[in-house]
Design a protein around this ligand. Structure first.
Ligand code: NCD
Length: 310
């Protein structure tokens, strides 16, 4: 049985929430998934709440998904993109956010290139904060929607074997997924070239595998991550072509396995690098379900955080 209240006022990372919180978010998201599949997709739950989406880093899916979730809950929404703002004139993070809060904002959804930016802000402002990705640190709502999608597809997360393939070193999706899947009782493996698997992985209790074929034969679910070229300041592998040969998933490899595994990807996909088009678009892929579930899961997170207020 899930609790009826989250144990936290902010959602900064999966490391700060427990299994009961995750189960409560999932049960709430089940209800919201019904709502967004109805002809009238809007509920009045956040009618008195104002949410600011503050994005200091590029985003397509996550930004649209949060915005849609907020609108489906009838919140008032303001959007802020750092590239078109006074940040480029030298304003500090606290000043930027305090100016936004002076407009009576209740919640801030923030994406930022620095790890810990949400944590830092939560110590300086009153509003509740949802981390929409902070550097290579955490991306909690992505991990929640990923685990929710596994639960939807396979019935449960506990006992399932999930391999996360690719650029583990620079990926906030990987860290949040590992923590979330482990809290729900899944077994987790990471797979990629040794240069892209940080040493601390072993201390998290995940399996490490450098051979993609072995990893795929082990797992029930493969989450194929993008190479985060924008975060790489040195070369971690000879070329994208070689990476694709060693760690890319194509239809031939998928068909050579003796079982049907589930394929996931957080997007954006680099077709032909980590995954080929025929795999991304195959019926083993749940990539678009992840996107749909993202809205329901984010509605659940915002709704549950807002209900902490009274
Ligand atoms: C991820 C991110 O931004 O961390 N994308 C996303 O939120 N859907 C993964 C990525 O950029 O590769």
């Amino acid at each position: 049985m899930a609790a009826d209240k989250l144990s936290t006022r902010h959602l900064l990372g999966i490391k700060d929430i427990n299994r009961e919180d995750i189960e409560l978010i999932f049960e709430t998201a089940d209800n919201f998934k019904d709502v967004i599949n109805r002809p009238i997709k809007r509920v009045p739950s956040l009618r008195d709440i104002t949410i600011a989406n503050i994005f200091f880093e590029n985003s397509t899916r996550t930004k649209l998904s949060f915005e849609l979730a907020e609108k489906r809950l009838s919140a008032d929404v303001i959007n802020f993109a750092a590239s078109s703002s006074s940040v480029s004139k030298g304003e500090t993070l606290i000043d930027t956010v305090n100016n936004i809060l002076a407009m009576k904002v209740d919640m801030v959804v923030m994406r930022h290139p620095y790890a810990g930016a949400g944590q830092f802000l939560s110590r300086h402002i009153e509003a509740q904060i949802v981390n929409a990705g902070d550097g290579a640190h955490e991306h909690p709502t992505q991990a929640l929607l990923d685990a929710f999608s596994i639960r939807e597809k396979l019935g449960d997360v506990a006992g399932k074997k999930v391999v996360i393939v690719g650029d583990i070193l620079h990926s906030r999706v990987a860290i949040s997924n590992i923590l979330c899947l482990q809290k729900l009782g899944a077994e987790v493996m990471v797979c990629g070239p040794a240069t892209l698997i940080p040493k601390h992985m072993a201390s998290l209790g995940v399996r490490i595998e450098h051979n993609l074929i072995k990893a795929l034969n082990w797992c029930d679910v493969a989450n194929m991550l993008r190479i985060q070229l924008e975060r790489q300041d040195i070369k971690y592998f000879p070329s994208l072509r070689e990476y694709a040969m060693m760690y890319g998933l194509d239809k031939q490899l998928l068909n050579s396995l003796d079982k049907e595994i589930v394929i996931m990807h957080p997007g954006p996909i680099n077709r032909g690098v980590e995954i080929t088009s025929d795999v991304a678009d195959s019926n083993q892929s749940i990539i678009l379900d992840q996107v749909e579930n993202g809205v329901a899961v984010r509605m659940a997170v915002l709704y549950l955080l807002a209900s902490q207020r009274d």
